[in-house]
Design a binder for this molecule. Sequence first.
Ligand code: HEM
Length: 185
Amino acid sequence: MLTAVRAPRWINTGLSVAHGVADVIGLTVRFFHIVFGVAWIGAIMYSVGAVRRALARMDPAARKETMKHLIPVVTRYVPGSAAMTILLGAILYLYLGGFNPDALIGSDWGRILLVALVLALIAFGIGMVLGIGSAKKVLAHLQEESCAHGPEVGVLQKRFNLAQFIVLGLGLWILALMVIATEIH
Ligand code: HEM
């Protein structure tokens, strides 16, 4: 069970104003961390909720053409926003924790964020190997002159969808941890 322990005073809240001056670094990193987090998990949510269903309603030729254009964009956009979310999150974590091990691993706040960091790295790994890896193989098949690997492509698409669901599930757990961490800070 989580105990709502207030962070000690030496934790830099990012919003505490030492001398009446706004903490621009903390706010800027927090802002961009949230922007990239929205870009990453929002893209997965949109893909699961809208793109996947729209593709299923297209005729095979239209679906193939759409995927040929979509995959090269997705395979750059999603890993890029995921990496930025994790990088900025880790920077924010170290910064708000004042680089102090007592705060970073010795407080509920720090341990919650550490769990979030591990979950985010797992989500990133699954997304890269199972999701992006499968998508790139699908693209290679789509670009073949006359591809006779329908069943293989079907398996790859299922793997891609599975990766999306896993990353979305982990992403929502991570988001919940973010809210709890901010709340007990
Ligand atoms: C799926 C990935 C992630 C998403 C969508 C995300 C999103 C967010 C959001 C929306 C907030 C603001 C929460 C609020 O104001 O209630 C936040 C805060 C924060 N996030 Fe993340 N985040 C993610 C991953 C990470 C990771 C991997 C770290 C690294 C430890 C991290 C570190 C932080 C920190 C330190 C804060 C500020 C907490 C505080 O104010 O006490 N985030 N994040």
